[in-house]
Design a protein around this ligand. Sequence first.
Ligand SMILES: Nc1ncnc2c1ncn2[C@@H]1O[C@H](COP(=O)(O)OP(=O)(O)OP(=O)(O)O)[C@@H](O)[C@H]1O
Length: 424
Amino acid sequence: MDTDIKLRERNRGTTATRENQEVSSFDLTFSDLSYTVGKGETAKKILRQISGTFNSGKLTAIMGPSGAGKTSLMNILAGLKKSGIEGRVNVNGAERKFKTFRKQSAYITQQDHLLSNLSVEEYMMSAAHLKLGNDVSEKEKKLTIELIMNTLGLTNSQSTRVSCLSGGECKRLAIGLELIDNPAILFLDEPTSGLDSSSSLQCVAVLRDIAKTGRTVVATIHQPSTRLLDQFDQLYIVAGGSCMYQGPVNSLIPYLQSMNLQCPDHHNPADFAIDVASGEYGDVVFRLISGIENGRSIYQDNSSTSCVPSTSHDTEVDEVDETDFMINSHLRTNKRGKNELSYGAPFHTQVAVLLRRTWRTIWREQILTTMRLTLHVCIAILIGLLYWQIGDDAHAIYNNAGMLFFNHIFILYAAMMPTFLTCK
Ligand SMILES: Nc1ncnc2c1ncn2[C@@H]1O[C@H](COP(=O)(O)OP(=O)(O)OP(=O)(O)O)[C@@H](O)[C@H]1O
């Protein structure tokens, strides 16, 4: 209760400075993007001169049948793939610069690679130390993570270890960790995979809130329910490496209707669109791709002009409520790392934070720690008995060398043991 009040007070305090906050928004456009893997006869075209626009302040879903090229597209846009690519990717109209872009954006993978023995708060704090560096005070870091946890609904679980979190909470934690250094563009690969419908809704609602703060949020998504789909602002459908639809979610059905494709009553529009993209309604995909000019246009359900060039978009950010602003204001204050291209914490801080974090995780592996302690004690007794008082005996030089060799090997393997035992 106290924390709630404090947070509200802090929030009120930051609201006063709202006018002074610079909102850096990044519109991502890509044109004639092709992606080919392999060479010569084995070459495979994954993306085919695809174009599109992902606007700031919008939550965009990339949808499509399995193998259509969604992940490839997102990896290319996030800068994770660099070879075999043709075409242009622009940020706010200027060519994307990899070094800058990697710092302006964050990529949240489908699998959360989280350390299971840390609590939510410890995890967030370690990330804050690493990402925000020494220029940001401890108090400011604490405030930042408190606000992120509050916004993502993780406050009640802040002392819970990752191993005990639900799937939805793990996903929200993964998002929270990326939010600490205030990325302007957020890519998420299937953020709802493995979550039940209510956790999926919660997760996407969080993403929607983040988008409302002026960020560009792009997520690939598989078979969303109608309710889930409604949470998204924009939809980008990939079919066989080409763009089949780009536009607002609620314009999807009118677009398909304009191509003589009638979504059956009570049918999930997302499922219908995927069926169409998979070719279940005949060879209409080509018409759909031409209709949207392979992503060069954005469809709008407007009787006079149905398609507008993808560059003429509305970048106006929706009105944000108190919660949205919490992310907006406090995270924006931490933008120095992004804009000045610094590397967050200096090397010695990184080493110290990572050592502390590793020590905690190892110590909390109770079975492992007990085993290691027992093993060390047993081996120490054994070596002590075997090589008792040989150090002063010049005749036992080979035994001395043998003991040193044995100790080195033992220390080496004992250090590797946690990796063997904890890797899955
Ligand atoms: N490096 C590669 N070498 C060969 N084929 C590849 C490579 N990368 C991707 N592909 C192929 O490209 C196609 C698109 O892959 P991608 O992962 O982008 O699809 P997707 O739409 O994300 O699928 P899913 O929804 O199943 O994850 C697939 O057929 C995949 O096998």
